[in-house]
Ligand binder design. Structure first.
Ligand code: HEM
Length: 155
């Protein structure tokens, strides 16, 4: 039961990360290219993206280490999972790409906060977020792939 709830939340929160990520990317690219000021609304969007991502990672790690029947619980299970592409995706590829994306999001957010000029703040955040969204797009189990999952998960 708890597994179903957490998987449901993890599936739906993906849309929070994707929608806010795309909004923040559009806003930072526009602001960078037009030489706009760094406004409180830019910072709010940045905090929203990073916080949604952090929450999604906590749910993902709970699935990975506690609830999911697919992920390995020992080195032996990991070795066995590596030879099955569907299991390899959820054991290694998905979490590894998402952890790298999360690290890039935190570094880009911190560097843009520290930068002095507005143009530099927007540029650092826009380019970092572009890399984040590409990694996220690669790591989501889109329907149609061999490891595909539904776009809209029912309960
Ligand atoms: C380090 C971070 C993450 C870990 C460890 C992780 C782990 C997992 C695991 C183990 C599953 C499979 C669960 C199962 O079927 O038993 C899963 C599914 C999934 N993950 Fe993640 N995840 C992480 C981050 C993310 C992020 C950032 C996103 C999207 C923004 C995401 C999107 C998804 C989606 C869409 C599914 C399929 C859900 C479904 O079946 O409806 N994950 N994740």
């Amino acid at each position: 039961m708890l597994y179903t709830v957490v998987l449901f939340l993890h599936s739906w929160l993906r849309w929070g990360v994707v929608v806010f990520g795309v909004l923040a990317l559009g806003s930072s690219l526009r602001a960078w290219l037009r030489g706009q000021d760094w406004l409180p609304s830019h910072r709010r969007l940045q905090v929203a993206v990073v916080s949604l991502f952090d929450t999604q990672m906590l749910l993902g790690l709970t699935l990975y280490f506690v609830l999911s029947p697919l992920t390995p619980r020992s080195l032996e299970a990991l070795r066995a999972n590596l030879s099955v592409s569907f299991l390899r995706f959820f054991s290694v590829e998905h979490p590894a790409l998402m952890l790298v994306a999360l690290a890039v999001a935190h570094v880009a957010s911190a560097l843009s906060r520290r930068a002095e000029e507005p143009t530099r703040k927007h540029r650092v955040w826009a380019l970092g977020l572009l890399a984040v969204m590409l990694l996220v797009a690669l790591a989501i189990p889109w329907p149609g792939l061999s490891h595909g999952r539904p776009l809209v998960r029912g309960f």
